[in-house]
Design a binder for this molecule. Structure first.
Ligand SMILES: [Zn+2]
Length: 424
């Protein structure tokens, strides 16, 4: 891969004239495609099936010739050929860690960092204590961001999720400067602190927050900045476990700049055809990743490309925000929940006749209700609730808020198993 001797650095690419940058990106794209075709058997198979040779892909437009790799396809491929479905381009002993994300999908730890990086503000420096509240357990967010933050010189408190009171106590006692996690979790911590008798603005030292992982965080970011003086870094970061960082916000908070370390397309989810800037479609990513070269990976997330120049000086196009999901999976509090997983949970409970998971967003917090029709009304509901809670949490890595028992026939035949009613 390292045949280009004077490859521009990421920050140089970010400020280049778009045409010139495209030339560099297309060079790297051609390299990674040739490399992946040779090293990853599943890529060769996919290309051969579509009748495409690496040499046929000369520019970004040519990518349309390659079918989009769907998350569902990857799940099936990994199942048939574990652990990585033929997409790993290096031998297993080159991997530092393996993560699992919902689906389930196994992700090898790549060399590229996972998480935020762009848009550092004036108060952002070394020697600060940061609380990382992404989950450290099996998903890549916690350890990946931890590594990135330490690499930048921060001292990290590996809090992980949950334990709100402990989070408050640590944030207070260690005079924590920075918070990393979802905006709704930061709100929960602030609320808890005030409930515990603290005056958050006066008694805490929180200067900035790097928040992301859920849609609709704008209202909370505004609240953090205006009411508590917490600088929200970079507006947002968009990353997935499968392809790493896709876009990061900047100090102008005008959307997220697309990384110069991948080709990012917005496509029609049905056909895979590329869309024009300003048109909403699925985000499809080809990361320049020599470990796990998922060429044209369909994220299932919807957004659009904005090309206008940004006041921060970067010339890279932006994604204004993530606008929803193209598939059936929904992202709740930063975790994707897929009907395949909920089916798997419900299959363990023969007393349940039918179910539907309903996601809403009252007061800027994702709320998830599991509606259940019973096969046998004599069942012990409290016991069922608590085993459901545990089973759901184990499989989906996120908790529902409550179970609602509904009369038989309430959930119609063929109804969607996961319904997203959130409005942003
Ligand atoms: Zn910018």
């Amino acid at each position: 891969m390292e045949k280009k001797e004077s490859r521009p650095l990421p920050h140089e690419l970010e400020r280049m004239a778009p045409k010139e940058r495209q030339k560099h990106l297309e060079e790297r794209m051609k390299d990674i495609i040739a490399y992946a075709y040779e090293k990853a058997p599943a890529i060769k198979e996919r290309f051969d099936k579509a009748g495409v040779k690496p040499a046929d892909i000369r520019n970004i437009k040519d990518l349309e010739k390659i079918p989009v790799l769907r998350k569902d396809d990857l799940i099936a491929l990994q199942k048939a050929n574990p652990p990585f479905g033929g997409y790993l381009a290096v031998s297993l002993d080159n991997l530092e860690r393996i993560y699992q994300s919902p689906g389930p999908i196994y992700d090898p730890q790549r060399k590229r960092g996972f998480g935020a990086g762009g848009g550092m503000g004036p108060d952002f420096g070394k020697g600060q204590i940061v609380m990382n509240t992404w989950s450290y357990h099996i998903t890549p967010a916690g350890l990946g961001v931890d590594q990135l933050l330490r690499g930048m010189g921060f001292t990290v408190v590996p809090m992980g999720t949950g334990n709100t009171e402990l989070q408050v106590q640590v944030m207070h006692d260690l005079k924590v400067h920075g918070f990393v996690g979802t905006p709704s979790f930061l709100k929960i911590i602030i609320d808890k602190a005030e409930e515990m008798g603290y005056n958050f603005k006066k008694d805490f030292n929180l200067k900035w927050a790097m928040v992301g992982g859920e849609m609709g965080g704008e209202t909370l970011r505004k609240l953090f900045q205006e009411k508590y003086g917490i600088l929200c870094m970079g507006g947002d970061t968009y990353a997935t476990a499968d392809v790493g960082t896709v876009a990061t916000g900047c100090e102008k908070q005008s959307g997220m700049h697309i990384t110069a370390d991948a080709i990012v397309e917005i496509v029609d989810p049905a056909t895979g055809a590329q869309l024009e800037p300003g048109e909403i479609g699925e985000i499809v990513v080809t990361p320049f990743d020599e470990v796990y070269p998922l060429i044209r990976f369909g994220t299932g997330d919807l957004s659009m490309i904005v090309e206008e120049a940004c006041g921060c000086g970067r010339t890279t196009p932006r994604l204004p925000k993530i606008m929803g999901r193209s598939g059936e999976a929904v992202r709740v509090r930063g975790m994707f929940v897929h009907p395949k997983q909920t089916d798997e949970v419900i299959a363990r409970f023969p007393d349940i006749r039918r179910y539907q998971l309903v996601v809403t967003r009252p007061q800027n917090r994702d709320d998830m209700v599991l509606k259940v029709e019973l096969a046998d009304n004599a069942v012990d509901r409290e016991k069922l609730k608590s085993s459901l809670d545990k089973s759901f949490r184990d499989t989906c890595k996120v908790r529902f808020d409550r179970v609602e028992f509904v009369a038989n026939g309430t959930i119609s035949d063929g109804a969607k198993r996961i319904v997203d009613q959130r409005k942003y």
